[in-house]
Write a protein of this length. Structure first.
Length: 230
């Protein structure tokens, strides 16, 4: 071979009619090393034992005589021999060894999360706890104008009465003073979990001021009155 090494490789690639990427694939030589050889940046190539093997693969793919190509390369450039710290280039398709410590840690974490979800399933995904203590019945009548609604709920959940947020004490109790209007007063008490489930309780308080007559009683009395016959 009378041509310089670089020209020999470039001419062979052109004659083969393939790209650098295809050449790397066919020869199983890392593409970055093929590019360095074509550009003539030989100082960035690996040491002699590995480079010799790469050039042999490239020569076989390009229909060149491998040993002759190697001799031409050695005549033109200094060959860097391998040292103690040289490592084989990594194969990006090779499987890396499994780290047992990492596997054990991940497995332990998965088991812990599973156990936590089993024991906390109801707390996380079940319906939230709510008890209305006063009024305890769904519908009551009273002559007290200012009434205090009372109950218990879980402190970590949100609580509202007629869409007004109410604070829940640390012991789970809550209360809300309301000014009743004469007649029927409706209240919807709702508690909601972080994940979205909610419990709702409805209460109805009929307020009648002391001394005022009920329209229902008046109507009944009128209907019960008879007109004396003439």
């Amino acid at each position: 071979m009378d041509k310089p090494f670089k020209e020999v490789i470039i001419d062979a690639i052109e004659h083969k009619g393939i790209s650098i990427g295809k050449l790397a694939e066919l020869s199983r030589v890392p593409e970055r090393y093929v590019e360095l050889i074509v550009r003539g940046e030989y100082e960035k190539l690996p040491s002699s034992p590995y480079l010799h093997g790469y050039l042999a693969r490239l020569s076989e793919t390009l229909n060149l005589e491998g040993e002759l190509v190697w001799q031409v390369f050695k005549k033109e450039f200094d060959i860097r021999t391998s040292g103690e710290k040289d490592l084989l280039p990594k194969n990006r398709f090779a499987f890396e060894p499994i780290n047992n410590t990492k596997v054990i840690s991940i497995s332990a974490l998965v088991i812990f999360v599973f156990i936590y979800l089993v024991f906390r399933f109801n707390a996380l995904f079940g319906k939230p706890y709510l008890v209305v203590l006063d009024p305890a019945e769904s519908s009551i009548s009273t002559d007290i104008e200012t009434y205090v609604l009372k109950g218990n709920a879980e402190p970590e959940n949100k609580l509202s009465i007629n869409n007004e947020l109410i604070d829940i004490k640390e012991n789970g109790s809550f209360e809300k003073s309301v000014l009743l209007q004469e007649g029927v007063n409706a209240f919807e008490i709702k508690t909601k979990k972080f994940l979205g489930r909610e419990t709702s309780v409805s209460r109805q308080i009929i307020f009648k001021k002391t001394g005022s007559s009920s329209p229902y009683k008046t109507e009944n009395m009128n209907s019960a009155t008879t007109t004396p016959s003439e």
